[in-house]
Design a protein around this ligand. Sequence first.
Ligand SMILES: NC(=O)c1ccc[n+]([C@@H]2O[C@H](COP(=O)([O-])OP(=O)(O)OC[C@H]3O[C@@H](n4cnc5c(N)ncnc54)[C@H](OP(=O)(O)O)[C@@H]3O)[C@@H](O)[C@H]2O)c1
Length: 294
Amino acid sequence: MASTLITGANGQLGRSLRDIAEKLPGTLHFTDIGELDICDRSAVNEYVKANDIDLIINCAAYTAVDKAEDEPEVAGRINSGAAAILAEAAKENSALLVHISTDYVFDGNGPRPYRESDSTSPASVYGKTKLAGEKAVEESGCRYIIIRTAWLYSEYGNNFAKTIIRLAQERGMASVVFDQTGTPTYAGDLANAIAEVASHKDDPEFHKNGERRIYHFSNEGVCSWYDFALEIVERAGIKTATIKPVTSDLFPSKASRPAYSVLDKGLIKSTYGMTIPHWKISLKKCIDSLNNNK
Ligand SMILES: NC(=O)c1ccc[n+]([C@@H]2O[C@H](COP(=O)([O-])OP(=O)(O)OC[C@H]3O[C@@H](n4cnc5c(N)ncnc54)[C@H](OP(=O)(O)O)[C@@H]3O)[C@@H](O)[C@H]2O)c1
């Protein structure tokens, strides 16, 4: 009986996967650290074996980018060590591991959208530990698909979109950087992309050609955080709010962030025949959903 393990299932992406559970294959096991600590090798091995898991979707991560500068060991244990543990369990059970990574593996000095084959050069502890996680998965010998994503937001948890709405409502203004460029990713769209990828897990064609690869996924389009914030308040109907464009030097942060981190999604689109919505369309969807659940 096919069985899927989703780790970090209380996070943004994990909760978005719960929303589309009917699109995921087999019996579903949604777990977070309370049910399964992915840093615990024997617990992971036992869980995967006992539940006959043949697909692991790893949404668990240490995602506090600035805090990671002060806690490199903790970030490394979750983002890299646990990725190795999951990959080892996947290999032993002939399971497919779908592992999520980040645009922070790049330094952000690129002249064009990043392709999967571009050389990596993370500038932060978070980016370094995520890259080490990718390498651990690649070197494990398991069946894997790594999906790098960027600027993730959703109805859940804390994220940029929800922060801007709160600041606009409470203070009537927010200062937002316009010198960092990328593309937002609605977690609901990433969840659908993962379901699409997972639906091919038993297809021999994809087994041979679509696996053991890195893919890039974000929404379509390009913007600065400032453009993103403007669209958020517009869509949320907060007409009185002022969004002020500022440069990054006004917001000194512990971790260095890529100035340019647009991802080229050509490979995932051509491999899986995917159509990806423009970021503005998905932002509207997310804000409508937030408004409906008020
Ligand atoms: N957020 C972004 O902008 C962004 C951008 C690019 C890529 N990504 C990647 O996308 C993926 C999903 O991100 P997200 O925003 O959904 O993350 P998230 O909201 O921070 O969720 C991660 C979940 O993993 C859990 N977790 C932490 N340590 C664990 C452990 N040892 N065992 C089991 N669960 C554990 C967390 O629990 P606690 O909350 O209790 O720690 C949390 O529920 C991650 O791989 C992330 O690196 C995110």
